[in-house]
Every structure is written in C-alpha cells, then in structure tokens.
Write a protein that binds this ligand. Structure first.
Ligand SMILES: NC(=O)c1ccc[n+]([C@@H]2O[C@H](COP(=O)([O-])OP(=O)(O)OC[C@H]3O[C@@H](n4cnc5c(N)ncnc54)[C@H](O)[C@@H]3O)[C@@H](O)[C@H]2O)c1
Length: 372
C-alpha cells in the first residue's frame, strides 16, 4: 500500500475525526410510502437531525454524493443548525416533525444515542429512509423497538458503523474474506485517545448517555471483528480501569465467536490528548496476517513552539463519503441496507455485555444473556 503525504491539515475538532464517539415528539402521522426502487439518478432530499460534530461530517460528505441535497437541519441548541444549514444552503427547522413536514426522502439521525430510538422509529413510521449513527441505540430495549419498526416500515434503515467503510478496514476485510490469509482465527482492534471534548453539554463524558469508550468507540471494534469473522459472538470478557477521564475509561475485551475464532477490542479515553487518536488493527489467519495502524498511516502532528500538539488526518472524511454513498445507492435501488439494523444490534449487545463483564468481573455468555 503506498503511503500518501499529508496534504491537508485539519485543525478543527470536526476534521480531527475520531471514532468515538429525541425528543422528536409524538410519532409523526405524516406517513408516506417511499418508492421501493427509485430511478438511478433520482434526487434524494435529506433532513439532518442533530447539528453537532458528526452532523457536520455527514453534511460535507453529501456534497460528494451525486443527486443528494441537504434540505433542512434541526437541533434544539440555538445557532447550531444554522451553522451547518448556512454552509450547505439548507433551512433551519425546529425538530423532527418539521423535517418530516418538508417531505424529505431521508432522515439522517446524528443525535446522541439516547435520542436515536424515538427519532428513528418516528421517521420510519413516517415512511422515510433512515440513516442512524452508531450505536443503533443506548439500550437493548430501545434496539428491539427500532428493529420492530424497521421490519414493519417501507423505508430502509442503515446504521453508521463506519469502520466497515474505512478504506484500510474494507481492503483488509476483503482480503480476509477472499481467503488470502487462510481461515481467520483472530482479530485485534485498538482505538486509544483522550476523552473527546466536543460533545454537547458533555454527553460523551456521561456514561449513562454514551456508555463510555467501550460502547461509544468499542462498538466499532466489535462490529468490525464480527463482520470479518462472519460468525456470531458467543462469549465476552472485559477488564477496565479508571483514569482522570472517568470510570471506566481504559478497557480490554476479549470475544469468542461461534466458529472458534477470537477477537480483542481495546478502547481508551485515558491517553494523553497530545498523542492524538490512534488505531491499531490486526487480522490473523491460518495462512497469514494483515495489519495496519494510524501511528504511521494517518498521523501528522504539528508541535507549536507555544502550546500543544495539533493532529491531522490524511484519510479525512473518506469513509463517511463511502458509507453515505452506499446508503443513498441502496435507497435508490430499493435495498438492502448496507448495515442492517439486526447486525448493529448484535454489535451493541456485545458492547453492553462487555460493560456488564467489566462491572461484575464475570464472563458473559451471549447465547443466554438478556438485558433491557
Ligand atoms: N461514526 C463515527 O465515527 C462517529 C464519530 C462521532 C460521533 N458519532 C455518533 O454520532 C452521534 C452524534 O455524536 P456527535 O459527536 O456529533 O455529538 P455532538 O454532541 O457533537 O452532537 C449531537 C447534537 O445532537 C443535538 N441533539 C440532541 N438531541 C436532539 C434531538 N432530539 N433532536 C435534534 N438534535 C438533537 C445536540 O444538541 C447536538 O448538537 C452519536 O451517536 C455518536 O456516537 C459517530
């Protein structure tokens, strides 16, 4: 793989993207039937719910998706929707109901996870296609409600498990699945950084909303490992330690899969901010090994004489462009969703079980475990 020079410096928090990280009112009655398959070049209109960090990344990605138009943005915090709407020629509306009233084809849910279920269900019931950011929901009860709504709805629901669209992650998975390293036996996925500072009212630091790094970041690792291994997770064990950033903010989880393969998922918000976001991944098979890391591939750093370090990212928002492009193509083709809700629920369940293991010290048997 050739290494590209760092061409763009990304000094804003939005551009230093890292994987970590509704009250929409009553379910809308504005039910509409999306055409199951639209013309390949039909325009898709999008309403963006939430105008925080990841919403900005999505809005920039739409620009690279032909025939996609951001129509309106809603966020309860004054001024936030206006910033994104102004940049992309869209309107500001107060809430999800107002987005639905505009007749958008797609609702893109970019709120904190505790607001995902109500918003996703309302938009699906209104007959829209929905892209919902990861994790699909904060709890299993909410996830079951979303699954039921998705099964009953005419529109598509896909979940933003964006690791599947990282060019490096996808290439490695394609090589693994095509047998280049034999039978996959082990996946190791590590994401380490400091506590992300951008979230609205600090929701990422509140484990009841975010689940901490093990859910917020770890759901990417659990989802990716399951996707590569191609077999359901059956057991998970996790150990965690606290740090100045909270409890637990450093986590090590091991997962056993039905086919006998294993995964190791490491997450941290306990690392020094000056080090930036780091990722290490490895897939080991009976005939070889694939590995990559962002110490070498992604990171550039500027150390100012006065002040701290500023990281930039040569992969940029590419994975989001690919993720959203695949979703819009599926909307036009009438499905299937690129990341089905049922797969995202499995990834959520593994992460929640890992949290339970960290809390109790017990190994969780996922073949029998039930949680609300
Ligand atoms: N795929 C990734 O790598 C990645 C990276 C970061 C965040 N995320 C996910 O994206 C989601 C948003 O995270 P973020 O980092 O953008 O957070 P953020 O705090 O920057 O933005 C969330 C926004 O949602 C708004 N909001 C809250 N409730 C709302 C509601 N009911 N209706 C409309 N807006 C509402 C908030 O005011 C805030 O502006 C989370 O689910 C997070 O896990 C994914």
């Amino acid at each position: 793989m050739t290494r590209r020079p760092a061409s763009t410096r990304s000094p804003t928090p939005e551009a230093r993207i890292s994987w970590c990280s509704c009250s929409s009112g009553p379910a809308s009655t504005r039910r509409r039937r999306p055409s199951p398959a639209m013309r390949g070049d039909a325009e898709l209109t999008v309403g963006l719910l939430g105008a925080g960090m990841i919403a900005g990344v999505h809005a920039r990605a739409y620009r690279h998706c032909p025939g996609v138009r951001l129509v309106a943005v809603a966020d309860p915090v004054p001024g936030k929707a206006g910033r994104i709407a102004g940049e992309h020629g869209a309107k500001v509306v107060p809430d999800l109901d107002a987005l639905l009233d505009l007749g958008v084809d797609v609702v893109d849910v970019c709120t904190p996870p505790t607001a995902h279920a109500d918003a996703t269900i309302a938009a699906l019931r209104a007959g829209r296609h929905v892209l919902c950011e990861k994790p699909i929901t904060r709890t299993m009860d909410e996830a079951r409600r979303v699954l039921a709504a998705a099964e009953a709805a005419p529109g598509l629901l896909s979940i933003g498990q964006v690791a599947r669209y990282g060019p490096d992650h996808r290439l490695a998975r394609d090589l693994a699945v095509s047998g280049d390293i034999g039978l996959v036996r082990m996946v190791s996925h590590s994401t380490t950084t400091s506590l992300p500072g951008w979230s609205e009212a600090g929701w990422l630091a509140d484990a009841t909303t975010s689940g901490g790094p093990l859910l917020d970041q770890g759901v990417h690792g659990f989802d990716y490992a399951r996707w590569v291994i191609g077999s359901p997770a059956v057991r998970v064990h996790c150990m965690a330690a606290g740090s100045g950033a909270g409890e637990p903010t450093y986590t090590l989880a091991t997962v056993r899969y039905e086919n006998g393969s294993i995964a190791h998922v490491e997450c941290s918000w306990a690392h020094p901010a000056s080090r930036g976001f780091k990722l290490r991944a490895e897939i080991v098979g009976t005939e070889g090994r694939l590995s990559w890391d962002y110490d070498h591939m992604m990171g550039g750093v500027l150390h100012a004489r006065e002040g701290g370090a500023e990281w930039w990212d040569v992969l940029g928002d590419r994975e989001f462009v690919l993720e959203l492009g695949a979703f819009f193509a599926a909307c036009r083709d009438g499905g299937p969703p690129p990341v089905p809700a049922a797969e995202a629920v499995e990834s959520l369940r593994t992460a929640l079980a890992a949290l339970e293991s960290a809390r109790t010290g017990k190994t969780i048997d996922l073949t029998t475990w039930e949680l609300g």
